[in-house]
Design a protein. Structure first.
Length: 710
């Protein structure tokens, strides 16, 4: 049987250790996140020094989320964020949902098991850096919590809501000071409220009762914005949340209907908040204060949900492909709303095509994929056609409208969100739960807003994917599908587009069989990473094929003439090598391309760059722009090729690194070829690409052609 987190470890509770940790480290608040055993989510199990509801948007955090908490768990290290500016710089998505000034530390809880993380928070007055003593306190506290968790005799039962843990700090003897303090406060003409860290009223004087217009019985033990309707405004709640998070004073003005303005001043501490209330002092002839009306936010949507929505919007704004959108919905939106399942589908030729899913049996997804939009099997088609979301709190509610739907997935509650962009029906997003789930008005409002953000991100991503597929298909059609077989010549080729943009470029390679003993090897690089560059690459390959077999210098000169006739603004580097296997000689010419490398065989392997005087880039008019100038000249070099030699042709993406002389990179590539031993060509090609990508940050296309003279 699973043990509750309140009393584990032989009498020492997690709550006791957390309270002691907050007190010992001098933090204003702290919490313990535990990894869910069933999903990749961190669940807030206990929180101390902070209202439980104030952190409601962060009760569940995806392990894959881009934030300091998840990073501490993934990388198993202490993560410190000393300033709001650091949070915005390092974790912009998290900063969008936490617009408060405070410092944070996140320490992994990793002992016999990987448990989760300890989260601690300090006010903005904390220096931006941790001292070595503070770091030691945090890490030793994390170890202590880990020991308590390791001592648990059974799996922990994660709560549906975090436990509120009081911070037990030394206080004066209440019997000596309580009566005198109460008498003092009752004599004050201004209203005074005492709030605990949950926001509940613990004390108020007679002036506060008069100014708020509510009896002591109505106010004590309640949240002010619940007992006093005109305080139920997200703007006022945000001031309270700011004071709680930052531990700094906050102030605001509220209207008590019909025309009385009251000033509120909040003074937070580790034990709660003291509030002063007094009539607003308005200068003569000054306009009355303005405040956002309480109807500015949807009913039940607190500022915590609004900040959460901002955080998720920031994550969606960074998506590029449809796969990115699916990952954000699955990894961040599901945990944020406590859902366990997700299906994201798009309208395609009158059917619902499922683009991605999480938490569903693939067999159930296969039955749902491709349903007609007018299907009565599930609400998805109806929601998409009408553009009206649908929420079902339990299977019975679903079965009344769609009798067959509950049995399809085994889920117990569903939210169907239409994805609509400018009146265009893009698709449908379904969030589902493994147990019945009531959707509050606030939840519905936020989910509907989130559906609009998902729709925009998905529409943009699908447009990108379509453009990418078109460009990628064009490039793949222009590159050789297979290379010809030439006796006594083994070949391996690799092509890798840049890691940004449309994943296409103008790098190309080719091997042209001229006879049973001769062949032409070509490699080139068209300027740019675009569809235009890919198309021009195909034209260059065609021009080279048309003249292959002539002298290498003539092949490049005629290709250059073709590019001048095309009047393109792009330039092309190119290397053409005529391989004569009978005479064992190479004849090569270069149009501004990096030199090829030749490795001589064992017993004393050596790799050197073949020297060839480069001619002008293809596409350059050597007549200084007249169009009738001199024919470009491409000098030809000759080199012997001993049996067993290896020839490497490559584009600059393989060797070019910002801030490094390219000749040094070419020398390093030569040394790598020399020391590569007797690897197969395919293995060697893979290793060269693998070595180049992290070193050169994959910012340019890479083409590689290896030829082994057997």
């Amino acid at each position: 049987m699973a043990h509750d987190i309140g009393g584990i470890g032989g009498g020492t509770s997690l709550e006791e250790v957390l309270s002691a940790t907050v007190r010992r480290t001098g933090a204003s608040a702290g919490g313990v996140y535990l990894l869910s055993p069933t999903e990749p989510v961190l669940v807030l199990a206990a929180v101390s020094g902070m209202p439980v509801m104030a952190v409601a948007p962060w009760w569940r955090v995806a392990v894959s989320a881009a934030g300091p908490l998840s990073e501490a768990v993934r990388e198993d290290r202490l993560v410190w964020v000393g300033r709001q500016e650091d949070l915005a710089r390092l974790y912009p998505n998290a900063a969008a949902g936490l617009p408060y000034r405070f410092a944070m530390a996140f320490a992994p809880l990793h002992g016999a098991n990987r448990w989760g993380a300890l989260a601690l928070m300090w006010s903005a007055s904390h220096p931006p850096s941790l001292t070595s003593r503070e770091r030691g306190h945090i890490l030793s506290s994390a170890r202590r919590i880990t020991q308590v968790l390791d001592a648990s005799p059974a799996p922990l039962s994660l709560p549906g809501q975090p436990r509120a843990v009081p911070v037990r700090r030394p206080v004066p003897d209440a019997s000596q000071t309580g009566l005198a303090a109460a008498d003092l406060v009752q004599r004050l003409p201004v209203g005074t409220l005492g709030l605990d860290l949950e926001g509940r009223v613990t004390y108020l004087n007679a002036a506060a009762v008069r100014l708020l217009g509510r009896s002591v019985e109505r106010l004590l033990g309640t949240l002010p914005w619940q007992a006093v309707p005109w305080l139920d405004n997200p703007v006022h709640e945000e001031h309270y949340r700011t004071a709680v998070f930052t531990r700094e004073p906050a102030a605001f003005t509220a209207l008590r209907p019909p025309d009385v303005w009251l000033d509120f001043q909040l003074y937070p501490s580790e034990s709660g908040i003291s509030a002063l209330i007094y009539p607003h002092r308005q200068p003569a002839n000054a306009p009355p204060p303005r405040i956002t009306p309480s109807g500015a936010a949807p009913e039940g949507v607190g500022t915590g949900r609004i900040h959460q929505l901002t955080h998720l919007a920031a994550a969606l704004s960074q998506t590029v492909t449809a796969a990115d959108v699916i990952h954000v919905v699955a990894d961040q939106i599901l945990p944020a709303f406590g859902a366990q399942g997700m299906v994201l589908s798009a309208a395609d030729a009158g059917r619902l095509k499922i683009l991605g899913h999480r938490g569903y049996d693939p067999r159930a997804v296969a039955r749902l994929d491709g349903l007609q939009l007018d299907t009565g099997l599930t609400p998805a088609g109806q929601v998409l056609r009408s553009g009206i979301p649908a929420f079902f709190a339990d299977p019975g509610e679903m079965a009344r409208a769609f009798p067959q739907a509950p049995a399809l997935s085994g889920k117990q509650a569903w939210a169907f969100l239409p994805l609509v962009v400018s009146d265009r029906r893009v698709g449908c997003c379904v969030l589902s739960y493994d147990s019945p789930h009531r959707f509050s008005a606030g939840d519905r409002a936020v989910l509907v807003s989130l559906g609009g953000l998902i729709a925009q991100a998905m529409d943009r991503a699908r447009l990108y994917d379509a453009k990418h597929d078109l460009a990628h298909g064009l490039q793949q059609a222009l590159l050789p599908v297979t290379l010809p077989h030439v006796p006594h010549l083994a070949v391996a080729a690799r092509y890798l587009p840049a890691a940004h943009g449309l994943d296409i470029g103008g790098d190309f390679y080719d091997l042209i069989r001229l006879s049973s003993t001769t062949a032409a090897a070509v490699i080139g690089d068209v300027q740019g990473h675009s569809i235009t560059a890919a198309a021009l690459m195909g034209q260059v390959r065609t021009a080279v094929h048309a003249t292959a077999g002539a002298r290498p210098g003539d092949v490049l000169a005629r290709t250059n003439r073709v590019l001048l006739d095309l009047e393109t603004d792009l330039f092309v580097s190119c290397l053409y090598i005529h391989i004569d296997l009978a005479e064992r000689r190479l004849h090569l010419a270069s149009a501004g391309h990096p030199p090829p490398l030749l490795r001589t065989p064992a017993p004393t392997p050596h790799t050197r760059a073949l020297e060839v005087e480069p001619g002008p880039l293809l596409g350059i008019d050597t007549g200084a722009g007249t169009g009738t100038g001199f024919e470009a000249v491409y000098p030809v070099a000759t080199a012997p090729i001993p049996a067993g030699a290896l020839l490497a042709l490559y584009t600059d993406g393989l060797v070019e690194t910002p801030g490094t002389d390219i000749t040094h990179s070419i020398d390093a590539l030569a040394r790598h070829l020399t020391s590569s031993g007797n690897r197969t060509l395919d293995d060697l090609a893979d290793r060269l690409i693998h070595q180049a990508v992290p070193q050169h940050t994959h910012g340019d296309d890479i083409a590689l052609l290896l030829l082994h003279m057997r």
